[in-house]
Design a protein around this ligand. Structure first.
Ligand SMILES: Cc1cc2nc3c(=O)[nH]c(=O)nc-3n(C[C@H](O)[C@H](O)[C@H](O)COP(=O)(O)OP(=O)(O)OC[C@H]3O[C@@H](n4cnc5c(N)ncnc54)[C@H](O)[C@@H]3O)c2cc1C
Length: 441
């Protein structure tokens, strides 16, 4: 049985754990980070298979991801994130009909969004008149916690209560909500959507910019974060699965692993998702309603085709089972024959049970219907990734179950994207939680 001691033990090597460990190492703490997997990156990582370098799923960053950008800056990889100055989203539907949300760069936020929404072609002026009620409702919740009465509503119920027509919801709000919350608007709470909209549109125009990694996700942050921690005397141990906590005198004193190693620590920060954390042998004081939080799945595919099928960085697909398509060749600045694209199906409760072949047939059907060039293209290689535990399912009532980052019990703090950071459970939420958990240690 081995014995190890450190100032702070961080459980989990995803965005939250690495942000926390980097912040701690940066202020001179002796940090030990443990992850059960052989690689770092948690739910945001890259892999190579069948001649394709793919991410486990396309990840979209936003200008309002301040903690994420701070983390990348600290580890020296901020330049691997491309932040696009135009706020433009193109949409296409079966048959090839297009629409565009273009938020003028000369208008201040949130007027640029209003102008973008007013410019949508597929929504009538009568339907657009409901934007006034939408604007007033959003402004009334500009700061602070979302009122419980609103948190209990689904996105669909909130939008409908504001008089937004089904057509307007389908053409703009639904793709945005499902992309941000990873659940259908009928399932997701309005709270997370409002949190995201206000962070994007009430914090200056730059906050609403889109950003994408120019490299694979792992190259964006995992190696550089590990190097930063190790250069400051910290340690990162992979293949180390925590099994339970060492508790003495009402205080967490460390961790036991499945291999029965003991790691003693002045403090433990857990960034484990709730469905993993609750499997550990937990002190009674840590048990709570958070244990009933559940995950929502995402499925995606990276597809290499023999010709260019799109010119945009990404496109929203309207009315199809597949939600978004990303132009990986353009995003990664690659010179290659043909084109590599990545597609995303969010809130994929049904599709998570499909075989990879069936997911590919759904994706190729939808892409062929929307993009004439795809219909003519030959698929040269593809890789499907199914993530059953992709994100927290943000159903009504879930917000109150998210513990505050940094809370817990003596010797222990909760962190991770799923903690109550004021953001939906995203990369930014993970990084905010890591920063907060590290703050007072
Ligand atoms: C396909 C997909 C697409 C996504 N798209 C977006 C997007 O576009 N934008 C966005 O902002 N977010 C997106 N997300 C969400 C984003 O990936 C997560 O919010 C973020 O990565 C969570 O980071 P985390 O550190 O909180 O948790 P995790 O990344 O889950 O890290 C927790 C770590 O704990 C480790 N662990 C678990 N149990 C144990 C144990 N017993 N012992 C030791 N280690 C353990 C795990 O191996 C893992 O590495 C997406 C997620 C997926 C899966």
């Amino acid at each position: 049985m081995g014995s190890n001691r450190c100032d702070v033990l961080v459980l989990g090597g995803g965005f939250a754990g690495l942000t926390c460990a980097v912040a701690l190492a940066g202020k001179g703490r002796k940090v030990l980070l443990l992850d059960k997997k052989p690689r770092l990156g948690g739910r945001a990582y890259s892999l190579s298979e069948g001649g394709l370098d793919v991410d486990n799923g396309q990840h979209l960053f936003m200008g309002c991801y301040r903690a994420t950008r701070q983390f990348l800056k600290t580890i020296g990889t901020e330049d691997k994130l491309d932040i696009y100055h135009d706020v433009v989203v193109d949409y296409v539907e079966a048959g090839g009909k297009r629409d565009r949300l273009a938020c003028p760069s000369w208008l201040p936020a949130p007027l640029h969004l209003a102008a973008g929404l007013l410019g949508l072609k597929g929504v009538s002026w009568r339907e657009k008149s409901a934007l006034l009620a939408f604007d007033l409702s959003l402004k009334s919740m500009k700061f602070g916690p979302i009122p419980t009465a609103v948190e209990r509503l689904t996105v669909r119920q909130w939008l409908t209560s504001l008089g937004l027509s089904p057509n307007f919801q389908t053409r703009f709000f639904d793709p945005a909500a499902i992309g941000i919350l990873n659940e259908k608007p009928e399932v997701a709470s309005a709270a997370g959507f409002i949190q995201a909209l206000r962070a994007m549109f009430f914090a200056g125009r730059a906050a609403s910019r889109f950003a994408l990694a120019k490299t694979g996700l792992s190259e964006l942050y995992t190696d550089a974060a590990r190097a930063y921690i190790e250069a400051r005397g910290g340690r990162v141990i992979s293949n180390a699965k925590a099994a339970g906590f060492i508790e003495e005198g009402g205080r967490v004193r460390g961790i036991r692993t499945e291999m029965d190693s003991r790691f003693e620590a002045g403090h433990v920060v857990s960034t484990l998702p709730p469905w993993d954390l609750k499997k550990l042998d937990l002190p009674a004081a840590l048990r709570g309603s958070w244990e009933s939080l559940s995950p929502a799945p995402i499925v995606g595919a990276t597809i290499k085709v023999d010709r260019p099928v799109m010119t945009e960085r990404f496109l929203g697909l309207l009315g199809t089972e597949t939600h978004w398509i990303f132009n990986k060749t353009l995003i990664h600045g690659k010179k290659e024959e043909g084109q590599t694209v990545a597609v995303v199906i969010s809130g994929a409760h049904e599709q998570i049970g499909y075989s990879p072949e069936k997911i590919m047939s759904v994706a190729t059907r939808d892409l062929s219907a929307c993009l004439p060039e795809f219909a003519k293209a030959r698929v040269l290689a593809s890789k499907v990734v199914k993530e059953p535990f992709a994100t927290l399912s943000p159903t009504p009532g879930s917000e109150a179950k998210r513990p505050e980052p940094g809370s817990g019990m003596p010797g222990f703090s909760f962190a991770g994207d799923w903690t109550r950071t004021g953001f939906p459970a995203t990369i930014e939420s993970a990084c905010v939680s890591g920063q907060i958990a590290a703050k007072n240690l």
